[in-house]
Design a protein around this ligand. Structure first.
Ligand SMILES: NC(=O)c1ccc[n+]([C@@H]2O[C@H](COP(=O)([O-])OP(=O)(O)OC[C@H]3O[C@@H](n4cnc5c(N)ncnc54)[C@H](OP(=O)(O)O)[C@@H]3O)[C@@H](O)[C@H]2O)c1
Length: 302
């Protein structure tokens, strides 16, 4: 090893300690928030659920334009009207994110009619919510296409221009289930884990791209129609999050350049426990909290 490399190896632990201490101290003070007034924000699945609240929150916090993609026109139209009433320019387009050709076509239409997307929020997702043996293959494929592949197509469509502009952010509304899967939602957990790996890889891949970054949000169960009927054993101890709060924390993370957000922050503990606890103890946690059987009562969207 030459002297220069040896120097770097010796400095590395000091550098690590410095970065950890710096990040911990900084987390105690409010971070500087970026303005959103030049941003064109695209939210997939922006018509309802968390996506709708994200759209309202980006508009409230000053985004220049908000664009909604989804499949259900009525929800998209209602949300777009609500945003326009608040004074922010808003457009919506019908787009199935699982359909690659449609994504590329609608991305072109969007660029020509509205402008360059500078914040892409990959929010659209579905949950099939049946056990592997009860699922039909098409339903399983559908959730992989929407929850995982959709993100590949949208990011491929908009990231190149962000890189040219040296300005942009790719945001993913993931789920804590990507790191702590439950039975009865195998399609969802698998596709969300894959989507998390996509974001982790993209976040590192953009290290040398000034002005362009990523934010991944991992919420716990949230009060929307997605997991209707799902029951945990102690709902008072683990109440579902409200979608307004998830939206607020997401926009805040975008404005402060945060890479990962666990909601609530106590979910960090779950990930840490998982990394060292014996499997028998983990199984008991799932039994005790009821997450082991919580999907038995799942109804989903009716
Ligand atoms: N609810 C929870 O407990 C929870 C917890 C953690 C993370 N999350 C994540 O939060 C995000 C939003 O979920 P949510 O709770 O708001 O669910 P939701 O109320 O069911 O909304 C899902 C959204 O995705 C859109 N969508 C579904 N398939 C689509 C497709 N093929 N193309 C375009 N849009 C599509 C839907 O719009 P259309 O029907 O108009 O297509 C809808 O706007 C998801 O990524 C979910 O995984 C949810």
């Amino acid at each position: 090893m030459d002297l220069k490399s040896l120097g770097r190896v010796l400095i590395f632990p000091v550098q690590m300690i410095y970065l950890i201490v710096k990040a911990s101290v900084c987390s105690l003070f409010p971070s500087r928030r970026k303005e959103l007034r030049k941003e064109l924000v695209l939210i997939t699945g922006g018509g309802r659920g968390i996506g709708r609240h994200l759209a309202l929150e980006f508009a409230k916090q000053g985004a220049k334009k908000v664009i909604l993609w989804g499949r259900t026109e009525k929800c998209l139209k209602d949300t777009a009207e609500e945003i326009r009433l608040s004074g922010t320019e808003c457009h919506y387009f019908l787009c199935d994110v699982a359909n690659r050709e449609e994504v590329y076509k609608q991305a072109k239409v969007l660029r020509e009619k509205v402008g360059d997307v500078t914040i892409l929020v990959n929010n659209a997702a579905v949950v099939h919510g049946k056990s592997l043996m009860d699922s039909d293959d098409d339903a399983l494929l559908k959730s992989q296409h929407i929850n995982t592949m959709g993100q590949f197509w949208t990011t491929k469509a908009f990231l190149p221009r962000m890189l040219e502009l040296r300005h942009g952010r790719v945001v993913c509304i993931n789920s804590i289930l990507s790191q702590s899967p439950i039975p009865g939602a195998m399609d969802y957990c698998t596709s969300k884990a894959s989507s998390l790996a996509f974001m982790e890889s993209l976040t590192l891949g953009l290290l040398d791209c000034p002005g362009v970054g990523c934010t991944t949000v991992l919420p716990f169960h949230t009060n929307t129609e997605m997991f209707q009927g799902m029951k945990v054993r102690f709902p008072q101890l683990f109440p579902p999050l409200n979608p307004e709060m998830v939206a607020q924390r997401t926009v805040e993370a975008v404005r402060t350049d945060k890479a990962y957000v666990y909601l609530p922050w106590t979910m960090h503990a779950l990930v840490i426990l998982k990394s060292f606890m014996p499997q028998v103890a983990l199984e008991e946690i799932h039994r005790f909290s009821g997450t082991y059987t919580c999907m038995n009562t799942f109804k989903g969207r009716t």
